[in-house]
Design a protein around this ligand. Structure first.
Ligand code: GDP
Length: 449
């Protein structure tokens, strides 16, 4: 069943002088529009060479016409694809003609929205279409492709089935109040819940990795003034983006740089030297640096042998679970060579931002953290922040379910928590969504998708 009754059209490829221009049309009017343009009914999924004519029979362009009949199409509706010369003027004229024949201009993301509404894609898959188009790294694009193919959605569905099975079990117990307590004390229920929580924890970790692949790993570079933070940012970014000077406190604001390290996206932020200061502008910089740390996936502390121990306190502003790296910089001035150690679970690297000595180890480590280090990219899928937040919500409900079952054997409470967990999971794939959410998701697409 299709939900939308009208026919939409949009230019689906960026017109370029030498390229092919593509116009996409979807909706019930497509067969009539195709017939009008071709002069006869097109064969399904057949490339017809045609001259596209305006209302007066004047040729607009020559090109290929393809008809994908409903429901075996991207949107699930009748879809028409017109391929002409990649000229903005010609494509515009062709779009006008198609609109005369009964289509209207599509809104951003409307083709994919229809694919979602017609059950061709679930919401996570539809979002992956946009992420694939926007991918800034090869690893990100590969991950988005897997999500679009449904790898992430299948994992969500498997979790959903397990959750429903447990819910059924517990709700059945509630229906027999005399035996409820015995029912709920059944070790099988505890086992089911345990495996559900373990499965969720694994999926959450993978989704967090998917988020990093999608958005890029957010790395904050911290350290006292003059430690070499800007020099490090420049060395990683390969440009002179941050101003490097020998006057303490020059990096007053937060400088950001997007870096693609061998196909992995990193969002680097060079923060102000974190020290107590009277200077108004610098204080603002320090405040922002703390904000930057609070939202970072990882922090690189730039320091030297003398200050390293004291500087470790700068990691305190990081969220739990964020990765920490200590970079002992300026080894070219010290009697040390580039090397690495792990101390108390923190990676320590000795390097020189100035000469570049030892920085490859840092690059490799950051790539690994971003989820695409050597051999770790297998099967990775992309995810969005809202997916990760939803999975965290599911986790909270499962924790409360466990508590309700263990402490009070409160079946009603446990069942309610599971119901809410199911709801949060369903939001990821779109079984439960508000129109506002759909509007926000599809509104961020480009036109023609
Ligand atoms: P920030 O204040 O932490 O951003 O530090 P900068 O990157 O501005 O560097 C401060 C000074 O240290 C500059 O003069 C840099 O050239 C110098 N510097 C940075 N890294 C190194 C290094 O590895 N070796 C040497 N010899 N000097 C460095």
């Amino acid at each position: 069943m299709t939900h939308a009754a009208d026919t939409i059209a949009a230019i689906a490829s960026a017109p370029g002088a030498a390229g092919v221009g593509v116009l996409r049309v979807s909706g019930p009017q497509v067969p009539a529009i195709a017939q009008a343009l071709l002069g006869r009914a097109p064969q399904p999924r057949h490339a017809h060479f045609a001259s596209f004519r305006d209302a007066d029979g004047e040729a607009i362009d020559h090109g290929l016409l393809l008809h994908f009949p409903a429901p075996a199409s991207y949107t699930g509706e009748h879809v028409l694809e017109l391929q002409g010369h990649g000229s903005a003027v010609l494509l515009d004229a062709l779009l006008r003609r198609v609109c005369e024949l009964g289509a209207r201009l599509a809104r951003p993301g409307e083709f994919t929205e229809r694919a979602f509404l017609n059950g061709k894609l679930d919401l996570a898959q539809a979002e992956a279409v946009a992420d694939l188009i926007a991918a800034r790294s090869q690893a990100g694009a590969r991950a988005a492709l897997r999500s679009m193919e449904g790898v992430f959605s299948q994992r969500i569905d498997a979790l959903l089935q397990a959750l429903i099975a447990l819910r059924v079990h517990i709700e059945a117990a509630i229906d027999f109040p005399e035996e409820e307590i015995d029912f709920l004390a059944d070790p099988a229920i505890a086992r089911q819940l345990d495996s559900l929580r373990a499965e969720l924890a694994g999926l959450l970790r993978e989704a967090q990795r998917g988020l990093r692949l999608n958005d890029g790993l957010r790395v904050a570079i911290v350290g006292r003034p003059n430690a070499g933070k800007s020099s490090l940012l420049n060395a990683l970014a390969g440009s002179e983006r941050a101003i490097v000077t020998a006057i303490a406190g020059t990096t007053r604001d937060v400088l950001r740089e997007s870096v693609a390290l061998d196909g992995v996206a990193l969002e680097l932020a060079d923060t102000a030297g974190l020290r107590d200061t009277e200077d108004e502008v610098e204080r603002e910089g320090v405040r922002r640096a703390h904000g930057e740390l609070a939202r970072a996936d990882a922090a690189v502390l730039v320091t030297d042998e003398e200050h390293a121990a004291a500087d470790l306190a700068l990691f305190d502003a990081l969220p739990a679970g964020a990765e920490r790296v200590v970079l002992v910089n300026k080894i070219d001035l010290a009697c040390t060579t580039a090397h690495a150690e792990t101390r108390d679970g923190i990676r320590w690297l000795w390097a020189s931002a100035k000469t570049g000595d030892g920085l490859d180890a840092l690059r490799e480590y950051l790539k690994q953290l971003a989820g695409a280090g050597a051999g770790s990219g297998e099967g990775a899928f992309s995810a969005r922040r809202r997916h990760v937040l939803a999975l965290e919500t599911v986790g909270e409900h499962l924790d409360r379910t466990a508590h309700a079952l263990a402490s009070t054997r409160a079946g009603e409470l446990a069942a309610e928590e599971l119901r809410q967990a199911q709801h949060a999971l369903g939001e990821i794939t779109g079984s439960y969504t508000s129109d506002d959410l759909l509007g926000a998701i599809f509104g961020s697409f480009c036109i023609g998708k």
